[in-house]
Design a protein. Structure first.
Length: 221
């Protein structure tokens, strides 16, 4: 069972997400929050598998709340799925830097939102297809998230690990990477467990951004 916390300051949106997720047989909404401070308190107390986090909230915004739960200084991070509107702004990229495991548009198809929660809970991360190019392009223009330089990174990665990073940056799941490289899914997971600390990142999403940022792969056109 995937235990989730829903944090959104709009009662109707919050109730809608609770209803949507609560109807899934493998998802349980164990808590809700109406602002960032409450989201941090509830998540730390309940230790859910995923926090669905709105960005614009009172008292403590979604970026600060995400950093408190999943930031680089957090010893035992809680995965955060950021839910955002179509208009990309500073908050979205700040949330990525704060340690978010995924981004999803609020107006996406309900089935897509549910898949996003499952993906983050499984440790795969997720990035809405509509946002991919804009998010990666913005990160490239800023060049903020560079835990390892490109040269150093490719030195640290084995040839097989680099293959996996390239496919990861294309948005492939563990199963798709395994099929493409003729590997067992468990082998792909083992490689990823070694890749993330080598690059100094915590999530698949940040590893993919690292690959684009350091010109390991080109920004899609």
């Amino acid at each position: 069972m995937i235990r989730t916390v829903v944090a959104d300051d709009h009662p109707l949106v919050r109730a809608g997400l609770v209803t949507l997720l609560g109807t899934e047989p493998d998802i349980e909404v164990v808590g809700t929050a109406a602002d960032g401070e409450e989201a941090v308190e509830v998540a730390r107390r309940l230790r859910p598998d995923v926090v669905c986090m709105d960005i614009r909230m009172p008292r403590l915004d979604g970026i600060a709340a995400t950093r408190a739960l999943a930031g680089p200084d957090v010893e035992d991070p809680i995965p955060v799925l950021v839910l955002t509107t179509f208009e990309i702004d500073e908050y979205l990229f700040g949330a990525l830097e704060a340690g978010a495991s995924g981004f999803q548009l609020k107006d996406a198809d309900p089935a897509v939102l549910v898949r996003a929660v499952r993906s983050v809970a499984a440790g795969n991360g997720t990035l809405d297809d509509t946002l991919t190019k804009r998010v990666v392009g913005e990160v490239l223009s800023r060049r903020r998230i560079q835990p390892v330089t490109a040269a150093r990174g490719t030195d640290l990665l084995t040839a097989r690990e680099l293959d996996i990073v390239l496919l990861l940056a294309q948005g492939m799941s563990n199963e798709e990477i395994a099929e493409a490289l003729v590997l067992e899914v468990s082998t792909v997971k083992s490689h990823l467990a070694r890749i993330l600390p080598k690059l100094g990142v915590r999530s698949r999403l940040q590893a993919a951004v690292w690959a684009y940022q350091n010109r390991i792969v080109d920004l899609p056109t």
